[in-house]
Design a protein around this ligand. Structure first.
Ligand code: SIN
Length: 334
């Protein structure tokens, strides 16, 4: 594999020869994980191999014009705002380059849908930004990472692709719809409340649906305007048997800027939880109501607390975070 170019530091290199450049940003995850025993698919450490090492294991990638950059190296359960901020700025910078056709981001599966939604809402890119990952470490007997990464590069070069997407297990999902639906299976993601966008079959993309239309990009200005420590604190609480609002009152006592409640069914709340959430709202905390169901929206009603629509609780949290961040930075309405 030819390495003929270094632009931003020791972790960035260009490979091979092909038309259309794809930049691959590494952030860690199981795709970069290693286990001591090749038959061990669960007892491994995530984020051990650099993105450059992942490419070496995929000979067909030698035919593509690739560039790599290690933006982070972590288990995605530990993803944080500072890494999100850095990642968004690097994605924005690479997207602005005329020689770059698309981006791929290697990521852990556990919070992938959150990072995907965050990048979609911040950047709403016209070029494809394709996240990919693996359920099995790079040392597994039957690893899924190399095929997923090859598929992601194929998708990043497809002229019909745009926005933030996930290429995983031969399927393409939008950032808005994708959720991790299984803790262990290799086919771990689904578009739960809409169509998956495409299948990737032997290097061919078979498009099935158009990507959902989202709002305008929030932009990176608001992300950089205040320090990470000053980003709004948004927490998620849940309705369940016996939920009485004590968790909400504890959060209020600590200081919180926003609350997303994962209600039961169509966003219903116990009397005690709703009372505590209304107290929070009266104290100036933004409260959004979503559902703990795996799919479907929360319908809005004038009497109820504001609905988060069809967003899952974790994605509603990101939407509320960006809304408050935007307001806080005094930016114009989007
Ligand atoms: C992670 O999310 O970083 C670890 C788990 C995974 O990638 O499947």
């Amino acid at each position: 594999m030819q390495k003929n170019y270094t632009s931003h530091g020791p972790d960035e290199q260009t490979h091979g020869v092909a038309s259309g450049r794809v930049v691959i940003l590494g952030t860690g995850g199981t795709i970069a994980g290693t286990a001591e025993d090749a038959s061990d698919n669960v007892g491994y450490r995530a984020a051990q191999l650099g993105v450059e090492q992942l490419l070496v294991a995929i000979p067909p990638l030698a035919n593509y014009l690739l560039e790599t950059e290690q933006v982070a190296q972590l288990d995605s359960k530990d993803m944080d705002f500072a890494t999100w901020q850095r990642l968004a700025l690097r994605v924005e910078a690479h997207l602005a380059r005329p020689d770059v056709a698309g981006l791929v981001i290697t990521h852990g599966t556990d919070t992938l849908e959150e990072t995907a939604y965050f990048l979609q809402r911040v950047l709403a890119p016209k070029k494809p930004v394709v996240l990919t990952a693996a359920m099995r470490p790079a040392t597994a007997l039957q690893k899924d990472g190399p095929q997923n990464l090859l598929d992601a590069v194929t998708l990043a070069l497809d002229p019909r692709a745009s926005g933030v997407l996930l290429a995983f297990a031969g399927q393409v999902h939008s950032a808005e719809q994708v959720r991790k639906i299984h803790s262990y299976k290799v086919d771990a993601f689904a578009s739960v409340d809409g169509a998956r966008l495409a299948c990737i079959e032997e290097g061919q993309i078979r498009w099935l649906a158009a990507a959902p239309v989202t709002g305008d990009a929030v932009g990176t200005k608001a992300l950089s305007a205040s320090s990470i420590d000053a980003w709004p604190r948004i927490e998620i609480v849940m309705n369940y048997v016996g939920a009485n609002g004590s968790a909400v009152r504890a959060l209020l006592a600590q200081g919180v800027d926003g609350l997303v409640v994962a209600g039961t069914g169509n966003g219903s709340l116990s009397v005690g939880l709703e009372a505590a959430l209304r107290e929070a709202q009266s104290a100036g905390v933004s409260v959004w109501r979503s559902t703990r169901c795996d799919a479907g929206p929360v319908t809005s009603s004038t009497e109820a607390l504001p609905s988060a629509g069809a967003l899952s609780p974790v994605k509603a949290r990101i939407e509320l975070l960006l809304t408050l961040l935007w307001q806080k930075c005094g930016a114009q309405s989007r």
